[in-house]
Design a protein. Structure first.
Lengths: 64, 161
């Protein structure tokens, strides 16, 4: 949804209808925010916490 | 991990191990928990991405040639007639399908977006597929080398982009 809006804003910018220009980093940030949001994680959290039953302790054992 | 010769501990590496290798790690006391993990891994986006640019039927491009940009994402853990399903999450309480996006940016700045497109996992007949292909034909108006920076991003899982 947000990415579609970004595409619309970029299209409007190309036609001179909007001063707003959405750069690649903005697209990537929106997608990454969604990834963390769906799993209730923060940016510093380990991606392995997405798996059921994985805790910091289990991850520590895995990386041992 | 060293005993099992696993090079590094990322989620991708963990998911690419065989079920037997994962079981050997003895991560959980309760074996039923590992069964759950195996079920989730089957739904995760373990993919092969491909991006290429070419001119059809020509080795060198001229000013008037249309250049085809070809992008594909293929799920390695799904059969050919299967399509990515709903996202598994321990915390998100709504149904959400997993989607892939390609972001093509100018290679010099890596900022100016040339294309941002959601990929569609259906084949030419509109049937479910484990592979999404997107092709763009474009005339650049001049001959030469063009560089792009392409990102393949999943909107649902961390660590698979």
């Amino acid at each position: 949804m947000m990415l579609s809006v970004c595409n619309e804003l970029n299209a409007a910018n190309r036609q001179g209808m909007s001063p707003k220009k959405i750069v690649a980093k903005n697209f990537a940030t929106i997608l990454e925010f969604g990834q963390y949001f769906f799993h209730g994680l923060f940016e510093r959290d380990d991606p392995l916490l997405q798996l059921p039953g994985f805790t910091q302790e289990v991850i520590k054992n895995y990386r041992r | 991990m060293k005993d099992n010769q696993i090079p590094e501990g990322s989620i991708q590496t963990f998911c690419k191990l065989t079920p037997a290798q994962r079981a050997k790690l003895n991560l959980f006391e309760d074996k039923a928990q590992m069964v759950q993990v195996e079920k989730v891994i089957r739904a995760l986006p373990i993919v092969k991405c491909e991006a290429k640019g070419f001119t059809e039927g020509e080795e060198k491009s001229t000013m008037s040639d249309a250049i085809t940009l070809h992008f594909s994402v293929e799920y390695l853990n799904l059969a050919k007639d299967e399509t990515p399903g709903y996202t598994h999450s321990n915390t998100f309480g709504f149904l959400k399908r997993q989607q892939w996006w390609i972001i093509v940016a100018d290679a010099a700045t890596q900022q100016q977006v040339i294309l941002a497109q959601q990929l569609d996992f259906t084949d030419k007949d509109g049937k479910d597929s484990n592979k999404a292909v997107f092709e763009l034909k474009q005339r650049f108006g001049r001959a030469g080398t063009f560089s792009f920076h392409v990102s393949f991003k999943c909107d649902s899982y961390v660590g698979f982009d």
